[in-house]
Write a protein that binds this ligand. Structure first.
Ligand SMILES: Cc1ncc(COP(=O)(O)O)c(C=O)c1O
Length: 465
């Protein structure tokens, strides 16, 4: 029997946690000093911690709990599937009903001729699949040298060696000798931070054309694919200018470069359509999926693959797969998630109810002296903090100082907003109501006021020169 229960005092749980548990993306020694917040249960959009605080989760966990917490149907389906068939693989001439049904459902939901699914356990694994799949595709077509992949600085595609190499996060590349060879990074379409005096449209075109420059530099015969999140999530909710994606699509088509849309965050309703590719008007060859596929209730991801690529891959033995590819319990949970999303018209709710309410609330927050702008698409948003609104100035202090302070004030006000550098990130469960958005806005205002006062006290409201 497990001897560690929710009934232990918080301090004891924290001590045990720091004695044995290494947290991801964390300086564990610092966490030991502060003590981790112990989350004990959750319902709807609220988390409860071991001290009994009710915290509004404006991040849906890690951008994933789209249906909100505590949906009993999901647990019931998982239990039923565990009793019927808890596990079997799909490697050696076998399959099972949850994997069949989920692949069919995803092919129906995905746009165009994205009709095949290769399952993985996470977004990182799925992007590793994509890297190997696009290289194998071109090799099978007699062009093994068409193997380089182009991505973007500040992109996030996962934490495995392959997917972190595809990503463009400098602090990740600095650890463990990344990126692996054959992966290149061009500039991101972040007008707010990098657009200078250019209009968003000019800047979007200029950043897209970096792709063509890179393809010409490497030689189109050497470039397998371009990968991008329709809207960068972990990079700070970077919504590209309207000129960006059409130009990227044109360049990929012209040079016969496969287009991979990483839909791990944008997929399954986050931007107000089933997929971010639809919101941005992109026609990808492959879409990476995870997170919202199961609303985070079970670890599952995958690649949705177009006919053209699947036909080539299916003609050879693709020496790739994971023990948990298409895991029956995870697949059953994902299917139930998609069933509920359709039954409850969640996409419609995002588009017509929640997104307009969030937009209105954020417009008000945008008037706060500390907020430099509002980036929002559907239920995915960021508020860049700035000491000087008009010039979109950065702070003179180390990047992330103001954002971190604000995150702490959010926590103190029972609100989870994450910070990426000095941007506050919002990505609530898709079921959030306008009334709950009003509560979010109230807590966020209090956190912003407290951050402003704090920055003033510490003389940190200075702009970088
Ligand atoms: C766009 C994107 N791709 C891939 C991943 C990696 O997914 P996972 O953490 O499930 O491996 C993430 C995770 O945040 C993501 O945001």
């Amino acid at each position: 029997m497990p001897s560690i229960t929710n009934h232990l005092p918080t301090a004891e749980l924290q001590a045990l946690d720091s004695a044995h548990h290494m947290h991801p993306f964390t300086t564990n020694d610092e966490l030991t000093q502060k003590g981790a917040r112990v989350i004990t249960r959750a319902k709807g959009i609220y988390l409860t911690d071991s001290e009994g605080n009710e915290i509004l989760d404006a991040m849906a966990g890690l951008w994933c709990v789209n249906l909100g917490y505590g949906r009993e149907e999901m647990g019931q389906v998982a239990a039923r599937q565990m009793n019927e068939l808890p596990y079997y693989n799909t490697f050696f001439q076998t399959t099972h009903v949850p994997a069949i049904a989920l692949a069919k459902e995803l092919a129906d939901l995905a746009p165009g001729d994205l009709n095949y699914v290769f399952f993985a356990g996470s977004g990182s694994e799925a992007n590793d699949t994509n890297l190997r799949m696009v290289r194998t595709y071109w090799a099978q077509k007699g062009k093994p040298e068409k193997s380089h992949v182009i991505s973007r600085k500040n992109a996030y595609h996962g934490s495995s060696v392959g997917s972190a190499s595809l990503g463009g996060m400098t602090p990740m590349h600095e650890q463990g000798g990344l990126p692996i060879p054959g992966i290149h990074h061009i500039g991101q379409p972040d007008w707010w931070a990098e657009g200078g005096d250019q209009s968003p449209e000019e800047f979007g075109l200029a950043r897209a054309r970096e792709l063509e420059d890179k393809i010409l530099e490497l030689g189109a015969d050497n470039v397998a694919a371009f990968i991008g999140e329709p809207i960068q999530g972990a990079g700070g909710v970077v919504i590209p200018p309207s000129t960006y994606w059409p130009e990227i699509q044109r360049i990929c088509d012209k040079h016969d470069v496969l287009l991979i849309a990483d839909e791990v965050i944008c997929g399954f309703g986050r931007t107000g359509n089933w997929f971010g590719s639809q919101t941005m008007g992109i026609k990808p060859h492959i879409m990476t999926i995870a997170k919202g596929l199961s609303s985070g209730y079970a670890p599952i991801g995958g690649s949705i693959v177009c006919d053209e690529v699947a036909e080539v891959i299916n003609a050879c033995e693709f020496n790739h797969g994971y023990t948990y590819s298409g895991h029956p319990v995870c697949a059953a949970v994902a299917l139930e998630n998609l069933r509920i999303m359709q039954e409850e018209n969640i996409i419609d709710h995002v588009q017509n109810v929640a997104a307009p309410a969030l937009q209105e609330a954020l417009n008000k927050l945008g008037e706060h002296p500390l907020v430099g702008g509002v980036n929002v698409s559907g239920l995915m948003a960021s508020l860049p903090l700035t000491p000087h609104k008009e010039s979109r100035a950065k702070f003179a202090s180390d990047a992330g100082t103001a954002g971190y302070l604000c995150r702490e004030h959010c926590f103190a006000n029972n609100l989870v907003m994450r910070h990426v550098g000095d941007r506050m990130i919002i990505s609530p469960p898709l079921i959030i109501t306008p009334e709950e958005i009003a509560i979010f806005a109230d807590r966020a205002t209090r956190a912003l006021d407290a951050t402003y006062a704090d920055l003033k006290d510490k003389d940190l409201l200075k702009a970088a020169s």
